[in-house]
Design a protein around this ligand. Structure first.
Ligand SMILES: Nc1nc2c(ncn2[C@@H]2O[C@H](COP(=O)(O)OP(=O)(O)OP(=O)(O)O)[C@@H](O)[C@H]2O)c(=O)[nH]1
Length: 309
């Protein structure tokens, strides 16, 4: 094929076009991932600019001909890895199949996440690419948090607390440890909303959640079950202690001082609480139903009280 000037489009002048090796180097240095090629004897055969920049290893560490296991040892020492992780990284070098691996590391003290893709070469050796996935990991963590939390109070949402209750019931039964459960419902909450407005109602819910948190132990878990209904899981807690915790919550709720914008007088807030302890063979539905029953009994008996079933 000839062009208008009579030249051949499929041929090129060696004086004007780079050699294939030069082109490959240009490509390697302009892809957004780090890349390294390691031979059968663990010798580093090639790497790109991004690989060096990504790991920020001390000068002289990453060189053609360097033993990749030595590079890994320096990487472990400078990026906060323990011996177990280093041993695993060296063990993975001989993996005969393609795999992906995500790992955290400290780059100049800054926490980052990296995705490694390992592609074995025929015979032995491999090509690896490295992608910085710090942003994706942060997004995943915030999505996970959003899917587990109630946005108003920051407590676990209904679905999460049901999962946690299931886990705790199983754990309690396996190890024969007691587990108590509180169902808490703010009294006459509709009146608070009607009299002071929905935003003040929200403040009451947030303040209640904060007060409860202040009396919780580290292993206790609290969730918003819906509207003005809250639950608390009390692992390693029998009936007597569960009632003590519930009484403490009832008392601090009555002492809570949420002031609406247009008044200096705090809104009177009380809570009715149903408490129960999971027995042998109880399931989630049964535990919730019993706590619910106790809570409604507390409402019927005049509210602002604790009933234990
Ligand atoms: N401010 C606010 N109100 C909510 C929210 N979720 C539910 N509510 C309101 O909570 C009120 C619950 O009212 P009811 O179920 O009648 O119960 P109550 O008035 O607390 O009465 P008792 O439970 O019988 O003491 C309803 O008016 C809901 O609209 C919320 O996120 N924020």
């Amino acid at each position: 094929m000839t062009d208008e000037s009579g030249g051949n489009r499929n041929s090129y002048d060696k004086n004007h076009f780079p050699q294939q090796a030069d082109v490959l180097n240009i490509v390697l240095d302009h892809i957004t991932q780090g890349m390294v090629v390691v031979g059968p004897d663990y010798r580093t055969l090639a790497f790109n600019r991004h690989f060096e920049e990504m790991f920020q290893l001390p000068p002289g560490t990453v060189e053609v001909g360097a033993d990749f296991r030595d590079i890994l040892r320096t990487w472990a020492a400078t990026t906060g890895q323990d011996q177990q992780m280093l041993d695993y990284a060296i063990y993975q070098l001989d993996e005969p199949a393609t795999f992906e691996f995500e790992f955290p590391q400290l780059i100049n003290g800054d926490p980052r996440w990296c995705l490694l893709t390992h592609n074995p070469l025929p015979g032995k050796g491999f090509v690896r690419t490295f992608t910085d996935i710090t942003k994706r990991k942060a997004l995943e963590a915030s999505l996970m948090k959003l899917s587990r939390e109630d946005p108003l109070t920051g407590l676990y949402n209904r679905r999460t607390i049901l999962d946690l209750l299931e886990e705790e019931i199983q754990r309690g039964q396996r190890y024969k440890h007691p587990l108590s459960f509180l169902m808490m419902d703010i009294d006459h909450f509709k009146k608070i909303n009607d009299q002071w407005g929905h935003p003040t109602g929200d403040e009451v819910l947030k303040s209640f959640a904060a007060q409860c948190r202040s009396v919780m132990r580290e292993n206790d878990k609290m969730g918003r079950f819906g509207g003005e209904e809250f639950v608390m899981l009390l692992p390693e807690t029998g009936k007597t202690d569960a009632v003590l915790v519930a009484e403490r919550i009832r008392k601090i709720t009555a002492e809570m001082a949420v002031k609406p914008k247009r008044s200096s007088t705090p809104i009177p807030v009380t809570v009715s609480i149903g408490a129960t302890t999971a027995g042998e063979g109880d399931d989630v539905e049964y535990v919730i139903a019993r706590a619910d029953e106790a809570m409604y009994e507390a409402k019927d008996a005049g509210r602002n009280r604790v009933i234990c079933h």
